[in-house]
Design a binder for this molecule. Sequence first.
Ligand SMILES: NC(=O)c1ccc[n+]([C@@H]2O[C@H](COP(=O)([O-])OP(=O)(O)OC[C@H]3O[C@@H](n4cnc5c(N)ncnc54)[C@H](OP(=O)(O)O)[C@@H]3O)[C@@H](O)[C@H]2O)c1
Length: 223
Amino acid sequence: MKSALIIGSQGTIGTALVDHLQGAYLVTEINQSNCSYQEEELEAYASKFAETVGFDLIICCIGALHNERIAPEKRLRDLKADVLQEYFRINVVLPALCLRYFAPRLKKQDQASVYISLSAMVGSIGENALGGWYGYRSSKAGLNMLLKTASRELRHSHRNSAILAVHPGTTKGDLSLPYAGRVDPKKYYSPKQTAERIVSIAKSVTAQDSGKFLNWDGREIAW
Ligand SMILES: NC(=O)c1ccc[n+]([C@@H]2O[C@H](COP(=O)([O-])OP(=O)(O)OC[C@H]3O[C@@H](n4cnc5c(N)ncnc54)[C@H](OP(=O)(O)O)[C@@H]3O)[C@@H](O)[C@H]2O)c1
């Protein structure tokens, strides 16, 4: 049976991914209830999975747009150092540590093994028409660069693996709820739809796609 690792498995999309994959994959979950996401703990967790076993699919869902300490900034004068640090800690540092410890656990095999980190369309510098959301946008852009850079390194050690940044689409749940009124209902997706689309991307890509930033429908997004 194929094996999948879902990191951030307690959130809206993480939970839907676990539900969708169960049965077809042997699913391992990492979340704040079983892991502190501290470096030592991630390292210990990763070392449990011998390199020879490995994962066919790893999806990191960690990310935040708002919580009790952060909210999207509208203007330059809203920028605050502690808020920016929190955006970068959750959207860049934690996914980077997961990448560091778990990407080497992708299976080395003929069939592509895939690492997806959930990014966001608003992290695209090329498609930033509206402005605003400084911390979230720039942290997701930082995440994208980490993924692209890792894709370059792993093409040597993991020739048949793909490392991808994926925009999941605006998905009904806590993260998007405060902005739901502004979303076109036709473009506001259920967690189930989103999970199916992410897994469909994972099944369709090859190592040649490694280092891409993909929309939920497979379209390439400008960096
Ligand atoms: N929902 C959308 O419309 C949408 C749109 C574009 C991009 N995205 C991206 O897709 C990903 C998943 O979104 P979602 O809707 O499932 O969000 P969510 O329900 O808020 O889940 C986010 C996950 O991030 C982890 N997390 C959040 N704050 C954390 C913190 N302070 N420390 C450690 N872990 C933390 C949590 O992991 P645990 O499971 O360990 O608790 C949680 O499961 C995020 O990266 C988000 O930026 C979502």
